[in-house]
Design a protein around this ligand. Structure first.
Ligand code: SF4
Length: 308
């Protein structure tokens, strides 16, 4: 039976880790204050934090829609003629226009908060500059062209002896008794090579965390499906540039992500006063961002009021 708990269950993910190290106060809003904020009887502070947590922004939303498009293509068009890129580009543009309209009608969003995307720029009264829109359009076109040329996409769509296992599914597993969430963009097996490939499509820039994220997915695959590490390869497809990076899973990768997770969890738990219930310390004790200029694009700016 569904039970409303006063505090969220503690878990760990790469995105939680990134938020924690971006700003402790943001982390508190995102993972504690917003808890139960979707409920009509939640405190206004939780409702507001939940509302802000759900905001997207133009580059992020383009990335989300592209991931949805890739998922649709690889689950419905394998071995079939692919739609022209112009049709996909139009679809993405239509979705962006729809998000724009929804962002101007927040009443609609309150009826379907899980389905309707809101754009931060519009909610905060910022008009996207023409140069930002043209950058996004150029990136969208580049991402689509590079997608069709990418190794992973060609393997999945036309490759022989390829078994597609999953795409965009949400999973959890336990690591050192901590619940860890993972969402693999795509997982497929090349039976002829006896290799399982985990691919992450990136629509933004390369970061140092990218390989760690894939190593975490390899841990999940090994833990859940008992696939030996030497039969797993991990790959980032950077769609904006067309660059692809494929790695074998090395012991150092696994050790690094394991140590990083333990360190991160240890630090996160310093902000919890009751570990069993995951009750956080007072919000005022979650430090604000030290560089207020970094707050300009934060979803929680409205309720945080950072120091000048
Ligand atoms: S506005 Fe700045 S200090 Fe406040 S939560 Fe966001 S990033 Fe942190």
């Amino acid at each position: 039976m569904f039970e409303v708990k006063p505090y969220p269950e503690f878990s760990w993910s790469m995105s939680r880790h990134k938020t924690f190290f971006t700003c402790r106060r943001k982390y508190a809003y995102q993972y504690y204050v917003s808890h139960n904020g979707w409920r009509f009887d939640a405190p206004p502070s939780a409702q507001e934090a939940y509302f802000l947590k759900k905001l997207s922004n133009l580059p992020m939303y383009v990335g989300d829609v592209l991931h949805q498009v890739i998922h649709t293509l690889i689950t419905n068009y394998r071995g079939k003629p692919l739609p022209p890129l112009a049709n996909i580009e139009k679809h993405v543009r239509d979705k962006l226009n729809q998000a724009y309209r929804y962002s101007q009608n927040q009443q609609l969003w309150h009826q379907k908060p899980k389905d309707v995307p809101l754009l931060r720029e519009l909610v905060y009264g910022e008009t996207p500059e023409a140069s930002a829109i043209s950058d996004i359009t150029a990136r969208l076109q580049a991402c689509l062209e590079h997608l069709y040329q990418s190794t992973s996409f060609q393997d999945i769509m036309q490759g022989k002896h390829i078994h597609l296992y999953e795409s965009e599914q949400f999973h959890s597993f336990r690591l050192n008794d901590i619940k860890v969430f993972v969402v693999m963009d795509v997982l497929y097996e090349n039976e002829a090579r006896d290799i399982w490939t985990i691919t992450d499509w990136k629509t933004g820039k390369e970061t140092e965390e990218d390989r760690n994220q894939l190593a975490l997915y390899a841990m999940y695959l090994h833990d859940t499906y008992h696939i030996p590490h030497n039969k797993i390869e991990i790959r980032n497809e950077y769609l904006a540039t067309g660059c692809s990076r494929t790695h074998a899973v090395e012991v150092e990768d696994l050790d690094q992500v394991h140590d990083m997770m333990l360190l991160s969890v240890g630090q996160m738990l310093q902000y919890v006063e009751d570990v069993e219930r995951n009750k956080p310390i007072d919000l005022s004790l979650f430090e604000k961002q030290e560089h207020p200029q970094k707050c300009a694009s934060c979803n929680f700016l409205k309720i945080c009021q950072p120091s000048p």
